[in-house]
Design a protein around this ligand. Structure first.
Ligand SMILES: [Zn+2]
Ligand SMILES: [Zn+2]
Length: 360
């Protein structure tokens, strides 16, 4: 256990920052104050994983341009050890290995009060609205700490936040014994394939244009894979589901055309959970594809706090997933731009970074 002595008021650390309004990240040495708010904790980051959001910040797309205040320390998915706690902290202690629920909710609005904090409209996101975890240390509120099973592999613990997105999306509608389509197999979609198999879906059909990712989906257990550039998606899904269509679809692609088409092969009475974020409005035949089919649609934002996290823990504790295959790369924090380039080429599953040197 590392306990930080009280007379240390500042730490110097490596950190990955976004400081220029252009593509790229900058690795810097910067200072972090160890003085904490009463409800805050200071964490030594052991593992941090690279997210699609981090890639959007790297490339500096329109969303990033409108949302961010530079300079910003990026990153939000991690596992680390608490080394100091604020004066009012009571639910976690020094030495706890924790990950962060990355949405810092207000705790006071209607949604927070009724247990729907994931749709709190006053949410601040770690690594987006405030400094993140691609650094040796991070400060977060106590209420955002999820205490990990310290015996579990640190590399896998760092991906619980995106894994929670996969779980929230693909388990919202009952999937045991049902035919499930995972639309888009980026890292979270791949995780959703794994989760759907763990939850005993009858058939999992993965749809993805990138062959590297499609092969990964197959390797971790997708029953069928479809590459829309080579095959007719509608025909194939109908064939694999005996002409009935999919009971449940999870969208991880955010692709306008793919989502529009999915409404056509969604089975009457089926459920469509959408995590992907299309950047333009969709054209949907509401009358025929929603109303008369009696389907349900669910928008997914973040994780249910903390229901989803306990589902994730259960999957990890029982070794029901193949995260060793889904995490395709590990590298030192200083290689963060290399990680971004791998994301650009889409030749990776999940990438995990080590801010404090190699970690087992
Ligand atoms: Zn993320
Ligand atoms: Zn709120």
């Amino acid at each position: 256990m590392t306990r930080l002595s009280d007379d240390v008021l500042e730490l110097e650390m490596d950190a990955v920052i976004k400081d220029k309004p252009e593509e790229g990240f900058t690795l810097v040495r910067k200072k972090i104050s160890t003085v904490l708010q009463p409800n805050e904790v200071l964490i030594k980051v052991m593992t941090a994983s690279f997210c699609g959001t981090d890639y959007h910040i790297y490339e500096y797309n329109n969303w990033a341009r409108n949302r961010l205040n530079l300079p910003l320390t990026v990153g939000h998915e991690f596992s680390g050890e608490i080394i100091k706690i604020g004066s009012n902290v009571s639910n976690v202690k020094v030495g706890d290995i924790v990950s962060a629920e990355t949405h810092i909710t207000c705790g006071e609005c209607e949604f927070c009060l009724r247990g729907e904090g994931h749709i709190c409209q006053n949410t601040q996101v770690i690594g987006v609205d405030r400094d993140g975890c691609f650094a040796e240390y991070i400060k977060i509120p106590e209420k955002n700490c999820f205490i990990n099973n310290a015996d579990h592999c640190q590399v896998e613990l760092s991906v619980q936040e995106p894994l929670g997105n996969a779980v929230h999306t693909i388990t919202h509608f009952p999937i045991e014994g049902r035919d499930v389509v995972v639309l888009g197999c980026g890292p979270i979609g791949i995780m959703a394939v794994d989760v759907a198999k763990a939850y005993k879906a009858r058939k999992v059909i993965a749809i993805e244009v990138n062959d590297f990712r499609l092969n990964l989906a197959k390797e971790i257990g997708a029953d069928y894979v479809i590459n829309p550039r080579k095959e007719d998606v509608y025909e194939k899904v109908m064939e694999y589901t005996n002409g009935m269509g999919a009971d449940v679809i999870g969208d991880f692609s955010g692709h306008k055309g793919a989502i529009e088409q999915a409404f056509k092969y969604l089975k009457p009475g089926g459920g469509f959970a959408i995590l992907g974020i299309p950047d333009e409005p969709l054209t949907i035949d509401v009358t025929n594809d929603i109303v008369f089919k009696g389907v349900r649609i669910y928008g997914v934002t973040g994780r249910r706090i903390y229901d989803t996290w306990f589902q994730v823990r259960d999957l990890l504790d029982h070794n029901l997933l193949h995260l060793d295959k889904i995490i395709t790369h590990t590298m030192p924090l200083s290689d963060v731009n290399k990680a971004a380039e791998l994301m650009k080429k889409k030749e990776c599953g999940k990438i995990v970074l080590f801010p404090g040197g190699k970690c087992e």
